[in-house]
Design a protein around this ligand. Sequence first.
Ligand SMILES: Cc1cc2nc3c(=O)[nH]c(=O)nc-3n(C[C@H](O)[C@H](O)[C@H](O)COP(=O)(O)OP(=O)(O)OC[C@H]3O[C@@H](n4cnc5c(N)ncnc54)[C@H](O)[C@@H]3O)c2cc1C
Length: 387
Amino acid sequence: MIRVIPELCTGCGLCIPACPLGVVELISNVAVIKEGCNICSICVSICPGEAIEIEDKKEKRKNGNKGVWVFIEQEDGKIKNVGIELLGCARRLASQLNTNVTALVLGENVDDNLGDFFIARGADSVFIISSPYLSYYSTLYSRVLADIVKEKKPEIILIGGTAIGRSLAPRLAASLKTGLTADCTELLIEDGEFIQIRPAFGGNIMAEIVTRTLPKIATVRSKVMKPLKPQERKGEIIRITPNLSEDDIWEKRKVLKKEVLFGRNIEDAEIIVSCGRGIRDPKNISLIKELADLLGGAVGASRAVVDTGWMTHPHQIGQTGKTVCPKLYIACGISGAIQHIVGMKSSDTIVAINKDPHAPIFDVATYGIVGDLFEIVPLMIKKIREY
Ligand SMILES: Cc1cc2nc3c(=O)[nH]c(=O)nc-3n(C[C@H](O)[C@H](O)[C@H](O)COP(=O)(O)OP(=O)(O)OC[C@H]3O[C@@H](n4cnc5c(N)ncnc54)[C@H](O)[C@@H]3O)c2cc1C
């Protein structure tokens, strides 16, 4: 139970903006906690007069969110090891919190045998969330997961600190209006509290972070936690079919899946033709692909293009995508944000096409073409065909 001690409340109102759920208000100059409070206790820590108290710390868990969830990254049945490592960690945390471990697997046609594999490695239950739209990672993952989290209310969610995890975790945290601690090196339960440890201030200190909002989301890099040895364990496999709307963007995504996803892998390509938001519409990506195909290269993308769902994450280049080092990198309609540059600046030759002469991409370009990509790219295609 959380309660306000009216005699101690000065009516300062600091707790009102601090409440992430907006369930605190002042009535007759005294704070009142309305229905919907998840006892995150931010108001308790912010109150200068110590006028808000949680009567029983353990009560918080009894009434609130329960369970430790682990997002398992997989593609075509191939599992990223970090998911298994996190299951081992989740098992330890769950035993201390006297709760259950749930593994979350998103994909298309995920085999039930995978569920048994996760149960043997620490899960009590496995949610297999299946849809043709989930066959590869996209921003849709966070939308689908957020809906399930809101319904089932876990206390802790662990996600691998991979390129996909780094894209998924902040999106999920933002849509759930909760906190995220990235790249934890240790996760503990102390006095019933989930403590997330990670380096801070350039690694000079190890910070112990406590998230007050629920669920508490943490990412952990690969090889930080130890996986459990497989054991004979019983658990349940629950299949969930997300309710996805057939709006335009997903229809486009389906087309793109055929057109673009089956292109070359950007990591191995010697030539990459990349597009940014300047491409304006997903149907124009065929122009970029035409140039890439002619040059025997692959199609890359900025995050802006991936975020809108026009291309898929395996094509994203940059800080939260892939780092590439081709012989030739052609950037079409990409502004050159630092997060993109870090993923492609080592390319041998960089050609940038942008209609803005001040675009930062020109700072790293070997050759810069100031102009409209819809005029320049067709010209390049024409010239290469003539050659
Ligand atoms: C934590 C974090 C991680 C990130 N990770 C990445 C990452 O991995 N990869 C990444 O790319 N970004 C990443 N970003 C996003 C990054 O900051 C930029 O927002 C993004 O790169 C912008 O993409 P863009 O250049 O396609 O779009 P914009 O910045 O909108 O640029 C579009 C460009 O197209 C040009 N243009 C428009 N029309 C035409 C035309 N007809 N012909 C020619 N040029 C045209 C415009 O002049 C403009 O320069 C990250 C951001 C954060 C905060």
